[in-house]
Ligand binder design. Structure first.
Ligand code: GLY
Length: 350
């Protein structure tokens, strides 16, 4: 087990390798017993909901539950409204707690409900996907999608605690697990060549250590730039094209796989434009392929333009791209949005 402290305005701990059965006692160390709303999608609720509720109840929490249909399609304003109604019906107050048990959809939705219900109440993240464990459960970005795009409504709201039980990841499909590996490879490209090499080799024996390292790397960026106006944007490596691919596919291409395509493209485009060290793209491509991840986009970049232009990271007529100068060192690179499609199209073809 490893504890990583995240030094945000309201610091908190990510406990990597603790068991779900310890959620009740762990939460009681951080918050007096109170009413707790346990939120999960239908799949996770069936797998782990009872165990989490039992542990919380045993530790003295009075548990209500909210379950919703799984999938990105539920990350919207109507599920949010239903959750807020459930919180009000259960009469949760500002000193009560919400527990998000699930992947990124559950964490983002629940965190946003916690940010806005009564103008903010505490919440705990219990990631059940690798992607949520290394990314979305840490850092306090919460929100839901609009028909016009992903995560277009949201708030920064840091959790009270993050409990990451690695045994919950055993029920993930190979595709979902690979999606998490894409985000882990991303951390290696951004800031840690040794982590990158471990992941590129396909060595999974040190998974707990690698997950904790990813959380540490994210925590360091979030602590320096909680509101995402500076270095935290490095975490967007591969995400500009990635979000466009996800949307163009109607979300049939999952987030991690879309980010893998985005990283492959930005590295190839950057290298061809002389902005990245030689072989950076080849090494990233090999690491992704070795972990069962795609490096080619099924759509020409020209088809992604409407989604690229609607990217929420756009500021006026410019967008900040993340370029891998070399493995372990990325930079932010502002580019006029008009120039973006042609730049990314340089990433087409190996
Ligand atoms: N997922 C990127 C961030 O939290 O900033």
């Amino acid at each position: 087990m490893k504890e990583v402290r995240i030094e945000t305005g309201q610091p908190y701990v990510v406990t990597v390798g603790e068991q779900l059965s310890a959620i009740g006692t762990g939460l009681r160390e951080r918050h007096a017993p109170c009413a707790a709303m346990l939120v999960a999608d239908d799949t996770v609720n069936a797998l782990y909901g009872d165990a989490a509720a039992a542990s919380l109840t045993e530790a003295g929490f009075s548990v209500s539950r909210f379950a919703f249909p799984h999938g990105e399609g539920s990350k919207n304003l109507s599920t949010l409204a239903a959750l807020l109604d459930a919180l009000a019906a259960a009469r949760l107050t500002r000193t009560d707690v919400i527990v998000a048990l699930g992947g990124g959809v559950t964490g983002d939705l629940t965190g946003f409900a916690a940010a806005v219900y009564l103008r903010g109440i505490p919440y705990v993240q219990v990631p059940t996907t690798l992607l949520a464990a290394v990314d979305s459960s840490v850092g306090g970005k919460t929100g839901v999608d609009l028909p016009a795009g992903k995560n277009l409504v949201g708030a920064f709201h840091q959790p009270l605690w993050v409990l990451c039980d690695l045994s919950l990841l055993h029920t993930l499909s190979d595709e979902a697990f690979a999606g998490g590996l894409a985000e882990m490879i991303k951390y290696g490209v951004i800031a840690d060549e040794a982590l990158f090499e471990t992941l590129a080799s396909g060595d999974r024996t040190a998974l707990e250590k690698s997950i904790a390292r990813c959380v540490e790397l994210k925590g360091a960026l979030v602590a320096q730039d909680e509101r995402d106006t500076g270095c935290r944007q490095l975490l967007n490596l591969g995400h500009t094209l990635g979000h466009a691919v996800e949307q163009r596919s109607g979300y049939s291409i999952a987030h991690g796989q879309a980010v893998a395509i985005g990283m492959a493209y930005i590295a190839r485009a950057g290298e061809r434009a002389g902005l990245c060290a030689p072989r950076t793209a080849e090494r990233i491509g090999r690491a992704l392929t070795a972990n069962g991840l795609p490096v080619e986009c099924p759509y020409p970049v020209a088809e992604l333009v409407p989604y690229l232009l609607a990217d929420k990271k756009r500021k006026g007529d410019a967008i900040t791209l993340v370029l891998p100068e070399r493995i372990g060192a990325c930079v932010l690179h502002a580019m006029p949005v008009d120039a973006l499609p042609a730049f990314l199209a340089q990433g087409e073809g190996r």
